[in-house]
Write a protein that binds this ligand. Structure first.
Ligand SMILES: [Zn+2]
Length: 219
């Protein structure tokens, strides 16, 4: 059998991670991802070695409290239970933002891991350009999530807060309350429902964020 032949995957995990490459969309003030082969077998080397250079807030990633709280904890301090365990995926179809009225019927529970699918998943990951008018969590909705005591929230574009509105306020509400934030999910292939979440951000020491691989398995 040729060595390159791929084995057929039988895993029931759904990968909701955005792939990292030079065209991965990013916040306008942050650089393009650089993923370059520094040592190459094409050039006669014994192996391939690549270098990765990127913002920790590009692609699928997590925010630590330190992102918006000067004396907040960093990614290495995250309790692993924040991102491994049961979670709920909900779909909210509002074209502008996630509002309190969308959350009230959900009966959010203390310690819950909540991932929110919006039109972003289908709309925003199509090309490398940053989409300014993505659907975000309104600051009132963020405050409501904190009041309900959720543990973790995930969104399907690059920020929980909006580009034009509530960018700072929404982060403040969530991160001051130590709600762990997953950003940059692509939930296009995921139906609302109950899942097992397996998300491991890199152990960046005393750092405001980290790239993450995020997987879901239907329960
Ligand atoms: Zn971030």
């Amino acid at each position: 059998m040729p060595a390159k032949k791929k084995k057929k995957s039988v895993s029931s995990w759904i990968d909701v991670t955005a792939p990292l490459h030079a065209g991965t969309p990013h916040w306008p003030d942050q650089p393009d991802v650089k993923l370059e082969r520094m040592i190459s077998m094409d050039d006669g080397a014994v192996c391939n070695v690549s270098m990765l250079h990127m913002s920790v807030h590009t692609g699928t990633h997590m925010d630590a409290p330190l992102h918006f709280v000067a004396d907040g904890i960093g990614m290495d301090q995250m309790p692993l239970d924040a991102t491994i365990g049961p979670c709920r995926v909900v779909e909210i179809k509002d074209k502008e933002s996630i509002k309190v009225k969308h959350l009230e019927p959900l009966n959010l529970r203390r310690g819950e891991r909540l991932l929110i699918k919006t039109i972003n998943s289908k709309r925003c990951w199509q090309d490398s350009r940053f989409v300014e008018d993505f659907v975000y969590i309104s600051q009132d909705a963020a405050a409501y999530m904190v009041k309900r005591g959720i543990l973790t929230v995930g969104v399907d574009y690059l920020s929980v807060g909006g580009f034009f509105k509530d960018g700072i306020e929404t982060h403040h509400h969530l991160l001051r309350a130590c709600v762990w934030i997953i950003e940059g999910l692509n939930l296009a292939k995921v139906k609302p429902g109950k899942y097992d979440l397996n998300c491991l951000p890199l152990k960046t020491l005393n750092c405001d964020g980290a790239p993450a691989r995020v997987l879901l398995k239907p329960r």
